[in-house]
Design a protein around this ligand. Structure first.
Ligand SMILES: *Cc1c(COP(=O)(O)O)cnc(C)c1O
Length: 435
């Protein structure tokens, strides 16, 4: 408690955060991409490698997931302009976004309907490739559609994959691992939704339930997996592969913006708003965007007021050495994937020179915006996917440089939604309507 009082005195935002107010923090440590890149061990080549690997697997993905045949087995989501939502935000907040407002629709990502279809699926594929290469089943030059053949699933059936999750990572890892033939276990935290557990069990995934939160599910999963040499544990708190899978989004967004004629340069900055749980998703994406756009992109992370673990970690520099509970917060939020009490230390440290800022958003705001985007744009998102939506309002209100320029583009990363069952969505919508 003494520690907390010390931080409260030192950092003026801590007090309001402990009262669960919505705040915006600007990172004093952010620096130019050119000087930031040499400070991290992650390189452009690592991200290129991940991108190449996903291309090798594309024929297999197209073969086993018919919903990806149109994109030739590349798992990607559209970027959609949301002008009606922009007008609704101006009406709601009295803040006009002069630049274009775009939505990166990871809610519509094929296979698992959330941003986890990037990192999670990538890490499973990489592990499958490593095993197949080791066992001489394939070379990197061959057609990876071969992964659908029985000798591959026979091999993978002897190997285990495990992960700890609040839900969406479990869906991605579970679906992909089961498809390849792995013996896969998902350790689910207490807040994980019943429909996610049911869906996984239907697909042959072992689901272990915990009465505790995300950190506990990860810890238990890691402990059980460590005891088994044939088990690969996908470590959401520390995984470089997850991070790289997310980072491939950078080059994809660059190509999509170019295609739609959206300019990003010194006079046309890109603001990106990324919902953050443990940090791998937004961290990886932000890193990829920095590689693609350098200083012309500004990345903001968004967290629930009850779970601002990344923000507390960044402000204090303590990263994974603290939990939101230390600051009297309960880590309870309806935002799936964002109910994380302790951020990834690896991601937090990596992000120090890259992240422009971080802000918090209340659950009520997410529900309100969920209803608003359904009404205005007909786009159905889960609550967490709305965390990015107050970003443009926050940065304009705070007079962040260029934020109010008509030349700026604001890209809200919507992180999940398409898998949510109808009844569940109706409940969310009703909450947004104040019922
Ligand atoms: C996991 C998740 C996030 C955040 O990703 P992290 O890697 O946990 O930071 C955001 N939105 C949704 C819907 C998620 O499932």
């Amino acid at each position: 408690m003494n520690e907390v009082n010390k931080w409260k005195a030192e950092l003026p935002l801590i007090g309001p955060m402990m009262e669960r107010e919505e705040v915006l923090w600007l990172n004093p440590q952010v620096e130019s991409t050119a000087t930031a890149l040499p400070k991290t061990s992650v390189t452009a080549k690592d991200v290129q490698d991940a991108s190449d690997r996903l291309k090798r697997f594309a024929p297999y993905i197209a073969h086993v997931f018919p919903e990806t045949t149109a994109s030739n087995g590349i798992i990607e989501s559209p970027i959609t302009a949301i002008p009606q939502m922009k007008a609704a935000l101006a009406n709601e907040y009295g803040v006009e976004v002069l630049g274009e407002l775009l939505l990166k629709e990871d809610n519509a990502l094929p296979i698992s309907g959330s941003i986890k279809a990037r990192g999670g699926i990538y890490e499973v594929l990489k592990h499958a490739e490593t095993l197949a290469l080791e066992h001489g089943l394939i070379t990197a030059e061959e057609d990876y559609a071969k992964f659908a053949q029985p000798e591959f699933s026979n091999l993978f059936a002897e190997h285990k994959i495990a992960v700890g999750s609040t839900g969406n990572l479990g869906l991605s890892i579970g679906i992909m691992s089961a498809k390849l033939g792995f013996d896969v276990t998902v350790h689910m935290s207490a807040d994980a939704k019943q429909w996610k557990k049911d869906m996984l069990r239907e697909k042959g995934v072992t689901v272990v339930e915990y009465a505790d939160d995300y950190s506990k599910a990860v810890e238990e999963g890691r402990r059980q997996a460590d005891a088994d040499p044939l088990c690969h544990f996908i470590d959401d708190e520390n995984s470089l592969d997850l991070f790289l899978g997310y980072a491939v989004a950078g080059e994809r967004v660059a190509a999509q913006l170019k295609e739609r004629g959206t300019l990003v340069d010194a006079d046309h900055p890109l603001f990106v708003y990324l919902p953050c749980g443990v940090g791998g998703g937004p961290g990886g994406v932000a890193f990829g965007l920095k590689l693609a756009f350098g200083d012309h992109v500004r990345c903001f992370f968004a967290e629930p007021t009850h779970s601002p673990c990344m923000l507390l970690g960044m402000m204090t520099g303590l990263h994974d050495q603290l939990s939101v509970q230390d600051f009297g917060l309960d880590n309870k939020t309806a935002a799936d994937g964002l109910a994380v009490g302790t951020a990834s230390g690896f991601v937090g440290k990596t992000m120090e020179p890259f992240m422009t800022g971080c802000y918090t958003i209340g659950d009520e705001t997410m529900f309100k915006l969920l209803k608003l985007i359904t009404d205005t744009e007909g786009i159905r998102l889960e609550p967490s996917a709305l965390a990015g939506m107050t970003g443009p309002v926050n940065v304009i209100r705070e007079n962040v440089e260029y934020a109010d320029s008509a030349n700026a583009t604001h890209l809200v990363w919507s992180t999940g939604g398409s898998m949510v069952p109808e009844e569940e969505m109706a409940t969310y919508y009703a909450k947004g309507a104040g019922q």
